[in-house]
Design a protein around this ligand. Structure first.
Ligand code: NAI
Length: 420
């Protein structure tokens, strides 16, 4: 066996390089042959033409194109020639390099993955969530579902068109039917009405309860093993409703709010020049709305208490602005509500669970007795992983913070009872 390299291609006479079966032609050599129009002729001994062994009925392939008068020879497909794994080049087919080739998965996507995510609601938030999740290149498929005819399909196709640019192979599909996302690992519910100027989140309850209730029942039917992340407002009540309507264990039904509220607080604090936003850390607990609690005892910058670098009145003002941030965005937009930061927050949660990172985040979870609160959905620090909520984490809150959290729980509980 000989190793046929670039220099052999360069030495080839009359546009043909004769190699023996069993010779090892490097991928670089084959690239050079293609560049120079040199055909590689395989023979049982070097010098014997391929034409003598070509299966009957297969037309000869000539280096210079049909009828160029050169000896019939064949530039074989990559997999027919042995190649050196050590001498690989960019773009070589995985099979030819002996690397594992992804097999078609259950979805038939052929991208070698098996995890599907459904995003219900292809509006502002839903479309952005789908984009973030597709961009992560982590799932086999992101299925976007919306009741509006053609909306999900259009968003999905547009997103898929960005795959080559963004470097992902997560298929993005759209449908009006939740069955299209059957067997999803994660279902994100963003369907519903967004807050209009002057509307409180609570005003949305009646409008969105019917939508979320019906979707949740369908999720249970089509994706019985899914982890559900609710986004639709009013968040705490809609998460409670989704839990009831799916019949899933509470570990698999959660809401997104605290990640967003905490991110808003960090972003706003950074505007004061303390540090970059991602060096500031905080949790936002309680409700998504008026009863949001940011325990300042837990807020840090570079690991130091935030209270040592920002004065108390400024911090209180920052908490108030973070609490009102959703409405502030609505006031600017006049139509619709925030979607970039909400979608980034959802993606952060879903990707953490998909990776089983077990990070602790402020999540709307069903309280289990931690902080003296039980049987109500509200924002608490939770460790999340592949199975959903792994545990609710008890932070050492001050007595005042604990009191505010319990008061929030009581008010959310009142509203949740009205849902029944
Ligand atoms: P949007 O109006 O842009 O999109 C909502 C989509 O839901 C629409 O495309 C609509 O056709 C669809 N939809 C309605 N009923 C449906 C059904 N039965 N099945 C499938 N799709 C249905 O609203 P946007 O801005 O995307 O907000 C969505 C929800 O998320 C709102 O309730 C909003 O208040 C909430 N939200 C929550 C945040 C949070 O922190 N939890 C942050 C931002 C928004």
């Amino acid at each position: 066996m000989r190793v046929i390299g670039v220099e052999d291609v360069d030495r080839a006479e009359n546009g043909v390089l004769h190699v023996a079966r069993g010779d090892l032609v490097t991928p670089l050599a084959r690239d050079r042959a293609r560049e120079r129009g040199v055909s590689i002729s395989i023979s049982s001994t070097a010098g014997e033409g391929e034409s003598q062994r070509r299966p009957q009925g297969r037309p000869p392939l000539a280096a210079g194109g049909p009828g160029n008068g050169t000896a019939p020879s064949l530039a074989p497909p990559p997999s027919t020639l042995p190649v050196s794994g050590a001498l690989y080049r960019r773009g070589a087919p995985a099979a030819a390099l002996g690397w594992p080739v992804p097999r078609a998965n259950a979805d038939g996507n052929g991208n070698g993955r098996r995890s599907r995510v459904t995003v219900v609601g292809a509006g502002h938030v839903g479309a952005q969530v789908a984009a973030r999740l597709a961009d992560a290149d982590r799932f086999s498929e992101v299925v976007v579902v919306d009741v509006a005819d053609g909306l999900a399909e259009g968003i999905a196709l547009d997103l898929w068109h960005s795959s080559a640019l963004r470097g992902f192979d997560t298929r993005v599909t759209g449908s009006t039917d939740l069955a299209a996302g059957a067997g999803s690992e994660f279902v994100v519910i963003t369907a519903g009405r967004a807050r209009q100027p002057g509307m409180t989140r609570t005003d949305l309850t009646q409008m969105n309860a019917a939508i979320v209730g019906e979707i949740s029942a369908n999720v249970a039917r089509h994706s019985p093993g899914a982890i559900v992340v609710v986004v639709t407002n009013p968040l705490d009540e809609m998460t409670e409703l989704a839990w009831r309507a799916t019949g899933f264990p509470p570990q698999r039904v959660m809401g997104m709010a605290g990640v967003l509220d905490a991110a808003r607080f960090c972003a706003l604090t950074a505007l004061g020049g303390v540090a970059r936003p991602d060096r500031i850390s905080a949790v936002a607990l309680g409700s998504h709305g008026e009863e949001m609690v940011i325990p300042l005892s837990q807020a840090t910058v570079d690991g130091r208490p935030l209270g040592t670098v920002v004065d108390a009145p400024t911090l209180e003002a920052l908490v108030a602005r973070a609490r009102d941030s959703g409405a502030e965005v609505v006031r600017h937009l006049k139509k619709g509500s925030a979607f970039f930061a909400p979608a980034a927050s959802v993606a952060r949660m879903v990707l953490a669970m998909a990776a089983d990172s077990r990070e602790v985040m402020p999540v709307c979870v069903r309280a289990d007795g931690a902080y003296g609160i039980r049987d109500v959905y509200l924002g608490l620090p939770a460790r999340i992983g592949r199975a959903g909520v792994v545990e609710i984490v008890e932070l050492p809150l001050t007595a005042g913070e604990l009191e505010m959290l319990r008061a929030a729980a009581a008010r959310i509980d009142e509203r949740a009872r009205q849902l029944a």
